[in-house]
Design a protein. Sequence first.
Length: 158
Amino acid sequence: MNKIESFKVNHLNLLPGLYLSRIDVKNGCAVTSFDIRITAPNKEPVIDMPALHTIEHLGATFLRNSPRKDDIVYFGPMGCRTGCYLVMFGKLCCEEVYPLIDAMCDYIINFEGEIPGAKPEECGNYLEQNLNIAKYYIRKYKKELKENRRFVYKSQAH
């Protein structure tokens, strides 16, 4: 089997950022996958599951209600729990989606009230939520992204 592209990224050099993971085109339809890397893999603790679940619910709610809602294909957590993937229609770059991600961070940081989709009839694990810790991670991520604007993976040493 061929190694998939995300496994070719040297996670020992990866820091929090907004990275273009890949652009795929089939039958003229392009989709762009973004790596929203919230924590540094293998250097920082992974994101707490309840907080990551809250980030998923709030992030998806924001994105699917944003002015770019028709461009959103998917938003959800990485299995390694160091960030999320955002998949959008079109051939896009990080600079184009940075304002959207920044606004999503503000939405999460300022969110108060009942987590959208956190009812037993709406979610298979509705009790596993942590808004305060989600805000902590996103506050830290937003600051890191603003200060460092990491949009390109470092050269890959395999």
